[in-house]
Design a binder for this molecule. Structure first.
Ligand SMILES: [Zn+2]
Length: 422
């Protein structure tokens, strides 16, 4: 049965996963589920990476389809996987071959509508030797303009002017490469490749061992969105034109194949990608790899969304953490009020001894209401929860009425004998 393609696109991670598992079941396939050991979904529930496979264990040729490497791009890949299953791909797998579907490689990012994982790692930049990671000096030089700490319109205008100046001096493609190639030195920046293997990277290696150990010929398609013209698909190869894997890709996918290493593609050359990881893992095998990149919005808008997302999750929270640490230290950190946030949602504010010395800066970062509570003698909990839906940081605050200084009560013209002071 064929359905309009858009009907397969899920509305969120949870419904994408449900559709994938239902499609597996309807096709008579079982799924293997790997539970994320620490991150939770936006709905506070556990996150899973699911796989299913068709064909013999000892098959020596296989097709692997990966969705959700960049979490938020999972809408597309998940929809394709469920759609293929519903349209009967399982029955079409040739004898002696194997099909493996990997659903939501980065379930945290899919659930939270983020490109990166729970540690801000870009999975498709994470496959490097972490004892000797590649360097990206151009990113380092531009880091404060790529991931600005201040996103007011004036500050963004100034940051964009710096990036434009770089593009004018070195070319627009050099700027794209500086930003997106991958970097390992700025954990709160964009396109951060991590300083260790991510959970998703470990799981991918595990799936390779479990499902594809006997394979001699492997085709991988990793589904992505966000680069290129709206609705246009490009099969990005990291192999050079003329090489055997590039020619195999061309034979299958023809003009859609573009090498980013050779500057043919909408993507700049990248470091630490899944393509490079498979090339290293599958040495001696016939590997044909493509990242299928579908264009959505103009690059400028996609980049702007990534910067704002990064600011919300990595920068705004950190600024509040310093201010809230100050508050806690300044209010005496009463153990009576050490109330933890909901398990798994807490953004630890760090030890009180890390309180910023600059009280002025801390107070500037706090909203007037919180400052008011502090001056009245409020106590603050040791943890906060960043609420991405509301763009707010919540902290447990309690105001023991008996401890309000008399001069404030007098200021508010309260009768001190009233029940308020009881
Ligand atoms: Zn992507």
């Amino acid at each position: 049965m064929r359905t309009a393609p858009e009907a397969h696109f899920p509305s969120d991670y949870r419904s994408g996963r449900a559709a994938f598992l239902a499609a597996c079941k309807a096709a008579g396939l079982s799924a293997i589920t790997r539970v994320h050991p620490k991150a939770e979904g936006r709905d506070g529930k556990p996150l899973f990476l699911d796989t299913t496979s068709v064909g013999a264990r000892e098959a020596n040729s296989a097709l692997l389809l990966i969705s959700g490497t960049h979490g938020v791009e999972g809408y597309f890949g998940s929809g394709v996987q469920s759609g293929l299953l519903q349209e009967g791909i399982a029955a079409a797998v040739p004898k002696g071959a194997k099909l493996v579907l990997l659903h939501a490689l980065n379930p945290y990012g899919f659930s939270w509508d983020r490109r990166v994982d729970e540690d801000n790692i870009d999975i498709n930049r994470n496959f490097v030797d972490h004892s000797n990671p590649p360097t990206n000096e151009a990113y380092a030089a531009l880091s404060e303009w790529i991931a600005p700490k201040d996103i007011s319109p004036e500050a963004m205008k100034a940051a964009n002017a710096k990036l434009r100046a770089y593009a004018e001096a070195h070319g627009a493609f050099a700027l794209q490469e500086a930003i997106s190639k991958g970097q390992h030195a700025f954990p709160d920046g964009l396109y951060f490749g991590g300083q260790r293997d991510s959970w998703s990277s470990e799981m991918l290696r595990d799936i390779l061992r479990e499902e594809l150990a006997a394979v001699k010929k492997l085709i991988v398609i990793d589904f992505h969105t966000g680069l290129g013209a709206h609705g246009e698909g490009e099969m990005i190869s990291e192999d050079l034109p003329g090489s055997a894997p590039y020619l195999r890709a061309k034979k299958m996918w023809r003009a859609r194949v573009k090498s980013n290493e050779a500057g043919e593609s909408v993507s700049a050359p990248l470091t630490g990608t899944i393509d490079k990881a498979f090339a290293a893992w599958m040495k001696g095998c016939e590997l044909t790899f493509a990242a299928l990149e579908m264009g959505t919005l103009p690059t400028r808008e996609v980049f702007s969304a990534l910067r704002h997302d990064n600011w919300l999750h990595r920068i705004a929270g950190a600024a509040h953490a310093a201010a809230l640490r100050f508050l806690r230290a300044a209010s005496g950190g009463d153990p009576l009020w050490d109330v933890d946030a909901v398990e798994g949602r807490a953004a630890d504010l760090g030890p009180a001894s890390d309180a910023p010395l600059d009280a002025r800066a801390a107070l500037r970062a706090l909203p007037p209401l919180i400052k008011g509570y502090w001056r009245l003698g409020a106590k603050f909990g040791p943890q906060a929860v960043v609420d991405a839906d509301f763009g707010a940081t919540d902290v447990f605050t309690v105001m023991p009425v008996a401890e309000i200084e008399p001069r404030y009560l007098e200021y508010f013209a309260c009768d001190r004998a009233a029940p308020l002071a009881a």
